[in-house]
Ligand binder design. Structure first.
Ligand code: ADP
Ligand code: MG
Length: 237
């Protein structure tokens, strides 16, 4: 235990919650498939960043997480890699419809970046990724979603439009990521986020990432996450 505490300190990590898994030291400490390990190596990721060291074992164990770390700390891979494992663990992928992983981000630029990161890791597993944000034709988007996907990366408003148009359902979704939650609140997306969360089964796994934790975001987190573990990296939060 002392050693784990020291290791967390060396990573500038603080945690709170019950039964927090110990942070990993290398990507090999995660039970990733050979394809996923290859994809990680291909990205040039030699070792996990601080947030990844602690978030990966938490998320891989199925727990909810609040991750607070500044921009550039590698939060995307911290939710994308376990999402690939989560999706590959689902039985009978083809039988139902709609995404299994749903990622919400505040802007189309961010959603697009996350989309690209997902594609890199999803490709070798035959997992389909769709991006859903403004600035693209709704008809094209509709058709793409109708063709099916396992992961959707979206801005909240456009995702709700697509659900209303019945381009997709949330019935199969079990892994929800709210990325840059503070910025989504700043942009006024709280009602849309609540609407999306309300459509996803309550036994889902929920991940919330944010650079800061204003009271409104804290309140939402308390309402929509189940016994989350909180991980804070560095001086933020
Ligand atoms: P954040 O979401 O915390 O702002 P990103 O996920 O966008 O951070 O990652 C920031 C940069 O770090 C990206 O260019 C990403 O490819 C890179 N990166 C992520 N994880 C690692 C890693 N383990 N090793 C090296 N680079 C990484
Ligand atoms: Mg990010």
């Amino acid at each position: 235990e002392q050693e784990v505490t020291e290791y967390r300190k060396s990573l500038a990590i603080r945690v709170s919650g019950f039964d927090v898994p110990r942070p990993i030291k290398t990507f090999d400490d995660c039970s990733f498939s050979p394809q996923l390990k290859n994809a990680i190596a291909k990205q040039g990721y030699e070792k996990p960043t601080s947030i990844q060291c602690q978030a990966l074992p938490i998320v891989l164990s199925g727990m909810d997480i609040i991750g607070i770390a500044k921009t550039g700390s590698g939060k995307t891979a911290a939710f994308v890699l376990p999402m690939i494992v989560h999706i590959m663990d689902q039985p009978e992928l083809a039988k139902e419809e709609g995404p299994i992983g749903v990622i919400c981000a505040p802007t189309r630029e961010l959603a697009h970046q996350i989309y690209l990161e997902c594609k890199k890791f999803a490709k070798s597993h035959g997992i389909r990724v769709s991006a859903v944000y403004g600035g693209m034709s709704k008809l094209d988007q509709f058709k793409e979603l109708k063709a099916g996907c396992e992961i959707v990366v979206a801005t909240p408003g456009r995702l709700i439009d697509m659900v209303k148009m019945k381009a997709l359902t949330m019935l199969r979704a079990t892994y929800l990521v709210l990325d840059e939650a503070d910025r989504m609140f700043d942009l006024g997306f709280e009602p849309q986020i609540r609407s999306i969360v309300g459509q996803i089964r309550p036994d889902r796994q929920t991940l919330l990432f944010s650079a800061t934790m204003p009271r409104k975001v804290e309140k939402l987190a308390r309402e929509i996450l189940s016994d989350p573990i909180r991980v804070t990296v560095g001086e933020v939060g």
